[in-house]
Write a protein that binds this ligand. Structure first.
Ligand code: NAD
Length: 296
C-alpha cells in the first residue's frame, strides 16, 4: 500500500463523527466522507473532508475505506448492496470495519468482498465518545498479519490501544465478549445498588466501601459512580438499543460454539425491558431505574 492512501469514511455518528475528525486531522492525504445524515457530513466537511455524493462515488476514489455503522445489516448493505463497495471499489481496496457486528457476518462479508479482490478487516472499537474524540479508543482487530501491518498505522489515528486478535472475525469475537462481560456486570451492580438502598445502606456508601474490596471493578468506578449513582443517562452515548444488538450477537456466538450463555441471557432480559419501557436511546446503565420501580 502507498504510504499515504486516499481514505474514505462512511458512518459519522456518535463514534464515527469524532473518529473521522481525528483521521482528517492526522492523515497526510485526502479523506472522503459519506453519511446519510447531512448534518453529520457537514461537520466533517468543515474540518477538511471531501464530501462524497454516494457510497459508489467514495468507493471509486478511495484506497482504504473505514466504516462506522450501526451493525452488521448496514455493513452488509454498504459493502454488498446495490451501488455498494463491492461493485464500485477497485481490486486492491481495503475495507476496515470499525462497527460492532456479528462474527459470522464479518466473515461472510469478507468472503464476498474477496471475490471482488477487496480485502476486509474487522476492527471494532471500545470505550466512549470522549475516547473517540481524544483518539484514545481500544481497537480489536481481526486480519491476516500482513493486512494488520498495513492498517495498524491508520487505526492509531483513532486508538491508543490496537490489539491484533487473530484472523478475520477475531476482532469481533473479543469485542463482543468484552461488551457481554460489561453489560452483565452493570446489570449485577444495578441489582445490588437497589438491594443496598432497600436494606438501609446508601448506594454512595456501598460503592465507596466495595471499591476498596474485592467487589471493585471498572463497571463500579465508571458506570456505577459516574452514571447510576447521580442518575445521569444521557442520549448520544451507548444506548440500551445497542446493548441488545451486541448481546444478541454474543449470545449467537456462544451458541454457535456449543455454550448456553445463561449470564448473557439474563442480562439481555434487563436491557430488553429497558427498551420496552422507552429507555432505549438512553445510556444503558439506566436499567437501574427499572429495578428501582420493581416490587419489593
Ligand atoms: P450511530 O447510530 O450514532 O451512527 C451510525 C451512523 O451511520 C449514523 O450517522 C447513520 O446516519 C450512519 N449510517 C447508517 N446507515 C448508513 C448507510 N447505509 N450509509 C451511510 N451512513 C449510514 O452509532 P454509533 O454510536 O456511532 O456506533 C457506531 C458503531 O460503533 C456501532 O456498531 C456501535 O455498536 C459501535 N460502538 C458504539 C459505541 C458508543 O459508545 N456509541 C462504543 C463502541 C462501539
Amino acid at each position: 500500500m502507498q504510504t499515504s492512501p486516499t481514505l474514505g469514511f462512511i458512518g459519522l455518528g456518535v463514534m464515527g463523527g469524532p473518529m473521522c475528525l481525528n483521521v482528517v486531522a492526522k492523515h497526510p492525504a485526502p479523506v472522503i466522507a459519506f453519511d446519510l445524515n447531512e448534518v453529520a457530513l457537514n461537520e466533517v466537511a468543515e474540518a477538511g473532508a471531501r464530501r462524497a455524493s454516494s457510497i459508489a462515488d467514495l468507493a471509486a476514489s478511495a484506497d482504504v475505506i473505514l466504516l462506522s455503522l450501526p451493525g452488521g445489516k448496514q455493513v452488509e448493505a454498504v459493502c454488498l448492496g446495490e451501488g455498494g463497495i463491492a461493485s464500485a471499489g477497485r481490486p486492491g481496496l481495503i475495507v476496515v470495519d470499525l462497527s460492532t457486528t456479528a462474527v459470522a457476518e464479518a466473515r461472510a462479508i469478507a468472503a464476498r468482498l474477496a471475490e471482488a479482490g477487496i480485502q476486509f478487516v474487522d476492527a471494532p472499537v471500545a470505550r466512549t465518545r470522549q475516547a473517540a474524540q481524544a483518539g484514545t479508543l481500544s481497537i480489536m482487530v481481526g486480519a491476516a498479519p500482513d493486512l494488520f501491518a498495513k492498517v495498524e498505522p491508520l487505526l492509531r489515528y483513532m486508538g491508543s490501544d490496537v490489539t491484533h486478535c487473530g484472523g478475520t472475525g477475531g476482532g469481533q469475537v473479543v469485542k463482543l465478549i468484552n461488551n457481554a462481560l460489561l453489560f452483565e456486570h452493570v446489570a449485577a451492580l444495578a441489582e445490588m445498588m437497589v438491594v443496598a438502598e432497600r436494606a438501609g445502606v446508601a448506594p454512595a456508601t456501598l460503592l465507596e466501601a466495595v471499591s476498596k474490596g474485592s467487589g471493585d471493578s471498572f463497571a463500579l468506578r465508571n458506570h456505577g459512580l459516574k452514571a447510576m449513582l447521580p442518575r445521569e443517562f444521557p442520549e448520544r452515548s451507548f444506548p440500551s438499543e445497542y446493548v441488545l444488538k451486541d448481546l444478541g450477537y454474543a449470545i449467537d456466538l456462544a451458541k454457535s460454539c456449543g455454550v448456553e450463555p445463561k449470564m448473557s441471557t439474563t442480562a439481555q432480559s434487563y436491557y430488553r425491558a429497558a427498551v420496552e419501557a422507552g429507555f432505549g436511546p438512553r445510556y444503558f446503565p439506566s436499567i437501574i431505574e427499572l429495578l428501582d420501580r420493581s416490587g419489593s
